[in-house]
Design a protein around this ligand. Structure first.
Ligand code: PAF
Length: 280
């Protein structure tokens, strides 16, 4: 496995793969890898000749009061895990490598970036879109792999790829959950046992929407009200948003129909902000 830190050597390594006729799959991550990330690696391996993983805790997607400094970092363990998984290339740049002194160019996906997480995390999606655009330039992969758990991120990146005409296919892989339903997230490591138990209410609320929809309820107000009653069972969980939206535009849907909507939640469990969603 190649372990590279500079853009120049990564660009060259990808160019050599292309010259050898190999297709490349990219899995962008911020490290602290879990089974969700490894499911992306496996999906990439199933459809590409070579797989690259980037590990970069991207400072521009964190707000000034967010957890950039404390974000879980486990670079050595991550590299061992990726080597064992058969990954071909790992890119672990420094912040100075990705944002050289004076860098002042950003990618802003207007409109979409202000919805769901973007509404409560101003500038978050500008940071995500900027770093992913840089990674797509560096790797020029045929396919890039993202988890369904970050549904708003997928919508923003899909629009960016279409608008800027990146020749890449975005692949979305299902959310990986613990047996009790908790969506895997690097931030779960912040939770105490009690908070982890409280956090399960998020998935229960999402499932309630799915069940009521299958039972014939299409009114988003009624579906959300039913979910909020479940969320009220855990007063320590403070809901940021609970929305039923169009998965591409992230706009609220007025009539919920199976196959055309996404139910998404963000909440604070203690100081930890968790997100989850279910395509309906
Ligand atoms: O989903 C993530 O881990 C990050 O937002 C990403 C896509 C790696 C960009 O920093």
């Amino acid at each position: 496995m190649l372990l590279l830190k500079t853009i120049a050597e990564t660009w060259n390594a990808c160019e050599r793969m292309r010259t050898a006729g190999k297709t490349l799959g990219l899995v962008p991550t911020m490290g602290a890898l879990h089974q969700g990330h490894l499911s992306l690696v496996r999906a990439a391996q199933a459809s590409c000749d070579a797989v690259a993983v980037s590990i970069f805790v991207n400072p521009t997607q964190f707000g000034p009061k967010e957890d950039f400094a404390g974000y879980p970092r486990s670079l050595e363990q991550d590299c061992r895990t990726l080597e064992a998984a058969g990954v071909d290339l790992v890119f672990t740049p420094s912040a100075a490598e990705m944002y050289p002194n004076g860098a002042s160019t950003f990618v802003e996906v207007a409109g979409l970036s202000d919805r769901l997480d973007g509404a409560s995390r101003p500038g978050h999606f500008r940071g995500v879109a900027t770093v992913v655009a840089k990674l797509l330039h560096i790797f020029a992969p045929e396919r890039a792999f993202f988890g369904q758990k970050d549904a708003a991120q997928i919508a923003v990146l899909g629009k960016m790829v279409r608008d800027l005409q990146f020749p890449v296919r975005l692949e979305v892989c299902p959310t990986v959950r613990e047996p009790d339903g908790l969506a895997l997230s690097s931030r779960n490591s912040y939770l105490s046992d009690e908070q982890r138990r409280q956090a399960l209410v998020l998935y229960r609320a999402l499932l309630a929407v799915q069940q009521q929809l299958h039972g014939g309820e299409h009114d988003p107000g009624k579906l959300i009200a039913a979910a909020m009653r479940i969320l009220d069972e855990e007063p320590a969980v403070r809901v940021d948003y609970f929305s039923i939206v169009d998965p591409e535009t992230l706009e609220d849907v007025l009539d919920v129909r199976p196959g055309a909507a996404l139910v998404a939640v963000a909440a604070l469990v203690g100081a930890t902000r968790l997100i989850d969603n279910l395509p309906l």
